[in-house]
Design a protein around this ligand. Structure first.
Ligand code: ADP
Ligand code: ASP
Ligand code: MG
Length: 815
């Protein structure tokens, strides 16, 4: 004999009920069945709402009753042949009238007792089981309907009654002995007290009804049919990557369900555990899926952690004070008070000093608990031996569960470091001596992030999801997105990095998609996006609170560079090719570096110098390994190099500068390159990264541009001024030719002094043959004394800059 239970979604409407009937009829060919059904999906919630509204004299409860009635009438019309419908419909109407009378009573009295509430809630299962039994009878004659209230007897703790197993088991056995049907259909959730008053087993309690039946009758199996493929490694609604667990022990399932895995009502396990009856969790909508098998043994899947669960709406109450140390009985008193108030304690932790004890309860119990505790310890509080209890609301418990965790070292370390890296603040922790469960209390707003990162850590081969918020989609930005699109699969398979772009913004429009923007269609999406708004952008990044969030600045905008601080403070990493922040006042640069350290949020800007060349990373490694950078000599402007390499008799200075712009080698404002400011910023950043403190004003910058060119205010005027001063530039070129040298714009740092300027480079110098838009840097250090460390290669261009940004993003993924 088997017991099958079908949950609310499984019986939500006629279509689903037909699936249920198929499953039942199929199984009835082999086994005698007890079939327990829940209320139609959401009906219990609606009944609860209606009763609360009625009790607060809000007449809209009538509309809710009408909605409930309609749901059930529709089901009857679609399940029962027309010829048979009238008696069923009138029976439903009678039940609904009865419900309405009760609600009218609540409305008139303006009151709702727990006892009345239970009677009202019982209508959901009464209606559903009646309809399903009638529908089953149409094709399957060998079935009986039994009202659970006649079999399951409880105390009168309305709302969550305790079962009297002695009486119940006897009633069930007597009934079953006299029964001859192949299928017995019953409502879940509802019971009655020994004196015959309606009670309920607690929300979600239909699972328990089924387990009580299975336990009493020594069923071979208990099957819980629901809307998911079993018990998952985490709540599948929150963790998309969660997987069904094939096999799990009673203890593990109990821990997971106790800590929030709603798929199984926690007390369900007790009645079957004693009899060693396995529980099978199956999906009504995918009956062929394997589901989860819960039994005395858990078959290991090689992973120490079986699942991660969580409970929301938790309040932490801390009781502390010198009066608690070494005084026996404080905890006993605390728990007694809570038990008298019928408050369920979900989480307990006590420091070994006994100085403080901390408990986790549901938010809804917080006020009652606070009052009761402060009252119970009134005298100690007056004498300042104990402080009034501290109440912190809106928290959440997350728990790692697994029988095998005790055999593995360092799991709690991994759990806490994973949370810490994502800036999830841990408020309290607890680990039972059985080591079947490690739980932590965190802020509610971090739940999704915490569950997902822990899931990645323990179940997804340590795959890391990186969530990018990209500002600036010009030349470089576009290339960057192309590169992500192209490399996505490779990164996932080879580096276990799951790269997603959550937001894109240009100066006019922005788009957000928490599931990741489709990178094949982003052009049109951004055109149809909402107006760009920097403040809103920052707020969204903060509110979404996604794990491994990275803000990517691909603009040259000063305003954008000022937002980094906000991101870092939210533990959002910043990757930028915008040089403004790192070359601004030293205090600002230092502050950003400090924030990055404090909030554990990488701040990377490799592309600030030499585009994609690994220059800053090299400096960092030199410094970290104890080397000292004494001198730097470099050609750091790909644009200036391009310009002076192409400027000759046949190509005027102005034409070459324009061409550099067209090819994307200059900043949007070419004066920033030609004035030497851009190079000064770059050498400044190298100097700072080398460990020296310097401001941009201290860098000597002898401009080769005539003052009139410098004074222009827009690009058009600037180009015109280059034409006007053509002779000046031709003069410089002639001098270089005369000296048999080449023109290079060189940045230098030595003896604490820095300068940038145009130099005549002789043939034997390593800079002489620098081609096209290449950059070169020579580092003279304590270890590289005679021969400098040299880095050379393309130092400008959209594709190499994009790949430099890409490399920074991957560095974060590899941390
Ligand atoms: P039923 O109405 O069938 O009793 P429930 O809604 O009570 O169904 O339980 C199933 C739901 O439990 C799933 O749809 C899922 O959202 C939720 N759930 C939470 N945690 C888990 C988990 N670890 N595994 C599976 N489901 C879970
Ligand atoms: N219908 C009840 C509830 O929603 C019992 C159940 O579905 O298990 O809580
Ligand atoms: Mg349920």
């Amino acid at each position: 004999m088997k017991v099958l239970k079908f949950g609310g979604t499984s019986v939500a409407n006629s279509q689903n009920i037909k699936l249920v009937l198929d499953i039942v009829q199929n199984q009835a060919k082999q086994d005698q069945l007890i079939v327990v059904v829940s209320a139609l999906s959401k009906v219990t919630d609606l009944l609860q709402l209606a009763s609360q509204k009625a009790a607060s004299t809000d007449e809209s409860y009538k509309e809710i009753v009408a909605e409930i009635e309609q749901k059930h009438l529709n089901a009857v019309k679609e399940l029962i042949p027309v010829s048979e419908q009238s008696s069923v419909l009138s029976h439903i109407k009678r039940i609904i009238n009865h419900l309405e009378t009760l609600l009218d009573g609540c409305f008139l009295l303006g009151e709702l007792s727990n006892r009345t509430s239970d009677t009202i809630l019982s209508f959901g299962e009464l209606l559903s089981s009646y309809i399903i039994a009638e529908a089953l009878k149409q094709n399957y004659k060998n079935s009986t309907y039994k009202d659970s209230r006649e079999l399951i007897k409880t105390d009168n703790n309305f709302g969550k009654a305790t079962v009297n197993f002695k009486v119940t088991n006897e009633l069930i056995n007597n009934f079953y002995a006299a029964n001859e049907s192949q299928v017995i259909l019953m409502p879940g959730f509802i019971a009655s007290s020994v004196d015959g008053i309606n009670t309920t087993l607690g929300r979600g309690g239909s699972d328990y009804t089924a387990a009580i039946m299975a336990g009493a009758l020594d069923a071979t199996d208990l099957e819980i049919w629901t809307d998911v493929n079993g018990m998952y490694t985490a709540n599948p609604k929150i963790v998309k990557q969660a997987q069904p667990i094939a096999s799990i022990s009673y203890q593990e399932a109990m821990e997971l369900s106790h800590f929030g895995a709603k798929v199984l009502f926690p007390p369900t396990i007790q009645p079957v555990l004693r009899k060693n009856i396995p529980i099978h969790i199956k999906n009504t909508f995918e009956p062929q899926a394997e589901g989860t098998y819960i039994s005395a043994q858990s078959i290991s899947n090689g992973q120490p952690v079986k699942g991660i669960s969580h409970i929301e709406n938790i309040t932490l109450i801390t009781l502390e004070g010198p009066g608690m140390i070494g005084v026996t009985g404080s905890s006993k008193r605390l728990f007694e008070v809570l038990s008298q108030e019928k408050i369920n304690v979900i989480f307990i932790t006590q420091a070994s000093s006994e100085h403080s004890i901390c408990i986790g309860i549901l938010n809804e119990d917080a006020e009652a608990a606070e009052d009761a505790i402060n009252k119970a310890f009134e005298i100690e509080i007056l004498q300042h031996k104990i402080d009034p209890c501290i109440v912190e609301k809106n928290l959440c418990i997350i728990a790692l569960v697994g029988e095998n965790m005790k055999n593995h070292q360092g799991l709690s370390g991994k759990m806490f470091s994973t949370l810490g890296k994502n800036n999830v603040n841990i408020r309290a922790i607890a680990q039972g001596a059985s080591e079947r469960n490690i739980s932590a209390v965190i802020n509610q707003r971090d739940v999704k992030k915490a569950l997902n990162t822990l899931h990645e850590r323990f179940f997804e081969d340590n795959t890391k999801q990186l969530n990018l918020f990209v500002m600036g989609v010009g030349n470089v930005g576009e290339k960057f997105i192309d590169q992500i699109n192209q490399q996505k699969k490779f990164l996932k398979e080879n580096l276990k990095i799951n790269l997603r772009v959550i937001a894109l913004s240009n100066s006019r429009k922005m788009i957000f998609d928490e599931e990741g923007i489709d990178l094949k269609a982003w052009h049109s999406a951004i055109e149809n996006g909402e107006p760009a708004d920097q403040e809103l952008f920052i707020k969204r990044v903060k509110d979404q609170n996604l794990r491994n969030s990275i803000f990517v600045d691909i603009t040259a905008n000063e305003g954008v560079s000022k937002t980094y601080e906000h991101f870092l403070r939210q533990s959002v990493a910043v990757v930028t090719c915008n040089k403004i922040a790192c070359s601004s006042a030293f205090d600002n640069y230092k502050n950003l570096k400090n924030l990055s350290r404090r909030y554990n949020a990488p701040f990377l800007f490799e592309t600030n110098v030499g585009a994609g060349l690994p220059i800053i990373d090299t400096v960092k490694n030199l410094v970290a390994s104890g080397d000292k950078i004494n001198k730097i000599q470099a050609v750091l402007s790909g644009s200036l190099n391009f310009i002076f390499n192409n400027f000759d008799k046949n190509n005027s200075f102005e034409t070459v500068v324009k061409e550099a712009g067209v090819q994307g080698f200059t900043e949007p404002d070419p004066k920033i390159d030609l004035s030497g400011i851009d190079v000064a910023r770059k050498i400044l950043i190298l100097i700072r990264e080398s460990g020296y403190e310097m401001e941009i004003e201290s860098i000597e910058n002898e401009s080769f541009l005539p003052a009139a060119c410098m004074e222009t205010v827009n690009n058009q005027d600037f180009f015109k001024s280059l034409v006007d001063h053509a002779a000046h530039f031709e003069g410089i070129l002639a001098e270089a030719n005369e000296k048999e040298s080449r023109l290079k714009f060189v940045a230098q740092f030595e003896d604490g002094k820095a300068s940038v300027g145009l130099q005549f480079i002789p043939k034997d110098h390593p800079f002489y043959n620098l081609e096209g838009k290449d950059n070169i840097v020579l580092f003279y250090t304590d270890r590289y004394v005679d021969q400098p460390l040299l880095i050379k290669g393309a130092g400008a261009g959209a594709a190499v800059t994009a790949s430099g940004i890409f490399a920074d993003v991957i560095r974060i993924g590899n941390v």
